[in-house]
Write a protein that binds this ligand. Sequence first.
Ligand SMILES: Nc1nc2c(ncn2[C@@H]2O[C@H](COP(=O)(O)OP(=O)(O)OP(=O)(O)O)[C@@H](O)[C@H]2O)c(=O)[nH]1
Ligand SMILES: [Mg+2]
Length: 348
Amino acid sequence: MIFFVIALAAVVVVGIAIFIARRRRRVIRTPLGRSRAAMPDILVRDTSSIPSLVDGVTLSQRLSSSRGVFERVRSLSGTGDLTRDQLDVVEEVLLRSDVGVATTASVLEELRANGAPEGVAPALRTILLDGLRADRTTTTTADPGRVPVWLFVGVNGVGKTTTIGKLAQRHHDEGRSVMLAAGDTFRAAAADQLEQWATRTGADIVRANEGADPGSVVHDAIGRASARGTDLVLADTAGRRANSSNLLDELAKVRRVADRAPGQVVETLLVLDATTGQNALSQAREFLAASGVTGIVLTKLDGTARGGIVIAIERDLAIPVKFIGVGEGVGDLILFEPAVFVDSLLGA
Ligand SMILES: Nc1nc2c(ncn2[C@@H]2O[C@H](COP(=O)(O)OP(=O)(O)OP(=O)(O)O)[C@@H](O)[C@H]2O)c(=O)[nH]1
Ligand SMILES: [Mg+2]
């Protein structure tokens, strides 16, 4: 009996030791920068009780503000040439949804020229989809011996860290191992927030203290991912610096480091906040000039009537929107599928 109790106790102790060792392996703190403040309790809000797309909430419901703007187009009846009044309605709706002046003008031109053989909403649907034909595939493979890196850039508050958390879950669900790199060292809470996502999604994370060199953190994460055979590194970056040219210089530096063997940057995703409408477009222009962006993640489409900004971004910038964020939950980041999106606005 005593022997049995001792054996049981030994098994429990070994089990606890293995559990602690595993948890330790997950979070690697690089010895860089100043010491940090205690970790606040709530950085990543627990949104698990809020229904998300995976719980049967539809995209139309999530896009209801933008869909509301398009209601006036949906209710236009008649086929053939468009009347002046109908064109005015389409124009107003497109401008209100932030499609932008230039794109709206070209859409109206096409409507005038082609008419609406099957009705106004279907005609508009065809034209909008014509402007959304970009290749939006993402890559998770790098050259042999290199570690693929997805780098996330964008100004503060747009949703970079949240997007990384959601994507960590998506990659995990698709069978990839993920290493998060806490390259936002501007404030301690940024790494804490990413660490909470790592815990939630089971990803590994390399982080450092506030003020550390972001390039070193990303370099360290790639080195460790390479040593462990991790499938993908998702690298967070800061959204602010003393001024925007400093920020862009720093991002360029981080990108160079991340792209050096064994790392290889296979996606640079610019995160934009849809609620800022046309401002998002000006931000994008600044970043595009500087940082080799391969795609856009447009967040917070659930909280805005400015859904038309997707169309403006692709038409004006010729950069594909690859993912859209439609809520705060982990399942609320989806691949951008133009037909599904446009149907959510214009469909019955
Ligand atoms: N409604 C909604 N909220 C979102 C979405 N994506 C992100 N958010 C929220 O936006 C806020 C800012 O998100 P963060 O991920 O911290 O933004 P960030 O770009 O990392 O910000 P910095 O670290 O300050 O540069 C958080 O409250 C998120 O929950 C979305 O698709 N929909
Ligand atoms: Mg962040």
